[in-house]
Design a protein around this ligand. Structure first.
Ligand SMILES: *[C@@H]1O[C@H](CO)[C@@H](O)[C@H](O)[C@H]1NC(C)=O
Length: 389
């Protein structure tokens, strides 16, 4: 009996101990579960952060790829440009003539170097203080109709002379000279004129008469400006125009390879080359020596241009349409940067028959001598000061 009591007591004690152990273990388990769920939370957070990071990396890689592609394209276009420049250089070299004799080659190069240096040295200096620009066309007068659809007529642009010259056609060699404008208007056909036969044919309608000299464009192997003295009836000078690959300067007047103009400042050449074939170029020439003093690439397109002229150092380009409509003065280029296209008024010519095959400015009279489908027309210009708006 006594023994049983001890046993029961022992059993009770053991079960109490047991319960305590279980409680303890349960508490530990709860604590561990808490921590596990905490870890779980943390790992999901890390995982999502990692995913975001990965996405960022991917998109950055994509944009890097794009940049690489753009860079490659740029490199390609630079490459083709370098190719083009190289081809142009090759071409220029072949143009300069690879002479078998090295000495000759050297001389050629030396000459060209000095030529270029001289060209850079002599810059065109403004001669007058003229600062007029066109404001409008004040009046027009149709004087006569002689000759074919294309040609040009002009007065001698120097002060003393009143003589009038007719260049009929675009590839002839005989000029008709009239003593005065009155003689020209009174004449039946060319009856009151004197014939003047040039030593070679002219080309196009780009000629001028200045100080009793005819400056005409001729085309043999190359395009040159010939200066012909009407006093002595002889060529006093002739110069190959120093650019390669001429293209006709006005797209609507393709016979005119190059155009000459006289203004208050002297002689100008209006031309175009394959290297800059969308736009018209301008050069100032010395009327005495035919040297080029300076050259400019203008912003005036060749497309749909029919004629141009220069007044006070500003080039005015006249445009039309393929089906001749109203001519309009739509692009200007001022070598002194005083007039921009925005300042220049858009001037329409009074409606006429066809299109102008030439427009020659006379700085003494501020008149334009125009040839429009065989009609000889004078336009009187209304001028204003360049800086007045
Ligand atoms: C003017 O040139 C045209 C051709 O363009 C010709 O038919 C005509 O006979 C010429 N007239 C004179 C007067 O030379």
């Amino acid at each position: 009996m006594k023994g049983l009591v001890v046993l029961v007591t022992l059993a009770c004690f053991a079960s109490a101990q047991h319960q305590a152990l279980i409680d303890y273990l349960e508490r530990r388990l709860l604590a561990i579960e808490d921590r596990i769920s905490l870890w779980h939370e943390q790992t999901t957070r890390y995982a999502s952060e990692l995913r975001e990071l990965k996405q960022q990396m991917v998109s950055q890689l994509e944009s890097l790829d794009k940049e690489k592609e753009a860079l490659r394209l740029n490199l390609d276009s630079v490459g083709t440009r370098v190719d083009r420049v190289e081809r142009e250089l090759d071409y220029l070299e072949t143009q300069n003539g690879a002479q078998p004799c090295v000495d000759v080659d050297d001389k050629l190069i030396e000459q060209q170097v000095t030529l270029v240096k001289e060209k850079q040295k002599t810059k065109y200096l403004k001669l007058t203080d003229c600062s007029d620009m066109i404001s409008n066309i004040k009046a027009m007068k149709i004087l006569k109709r002689v000759g074919g659809p294309k040609g040009m007529w002009t007065k001698d642009t120097s002060k003393a002379s009143g003589k009038v010259y007719i260049f009929n056609g675009t590839a002839e060699d005989t000029i008709y000279e009239f003593a005065t404008v009155q003689d020209f208007t009174r004449s039946t056909g060319m009856s009151l004129s004197t014939n003047l036969k040039l030593p070679s044919a002219w080309k196009g309608t780009g000629h001028v008469v200045h100080n009793n000299h005819v400056y005409y464009i001729s085309q043999a192997e190359e395009i040159s400006v010939v200066k012909y003295d009407m006093g002595t009836n002889s060529v006093t000078d002739s110069a190959v125009f120093p650019v390669q690959d001429h293209v006709p300067v006005y797209s609507l007047t393709p016979e005119t390879l190059m155009d000459l103009a006289v203004d208050e400042e002297g002689l100008w050449a209006i031309y175009a080359t394959k290297q800059n074939e969308r736009h018209i170029s301008l050069a100032k020439m010395d009327a005495k020596s035919l040297d080029i003093e300076q050259m400019w690439d203008t912003n005036c397109p060749r497309e749909n241009a029919e004629a141009a002229f220069v007044i006070c150092g500003t080039l005015y380009v006249v445009y039309n349409t393929k089906q001749p409509g109203r001519s309009r003065l739509q692009c200007v280029f001022d070598v002194n940067d005083m007039v921009t296209n925005e300042d220049a008024p858009l001037v329409y010519f009074p409606k006429r028959y066809g299109s102008h095959s030439s427009l020659k400015y006379n700085p003494q009279e501020q008149l334009l001598y125009a040839w429009d489908d065989g009609y000889q027309i004078l336009y009187k210009l209304l001028m204003k000061k360049k800086l007045e708006i």
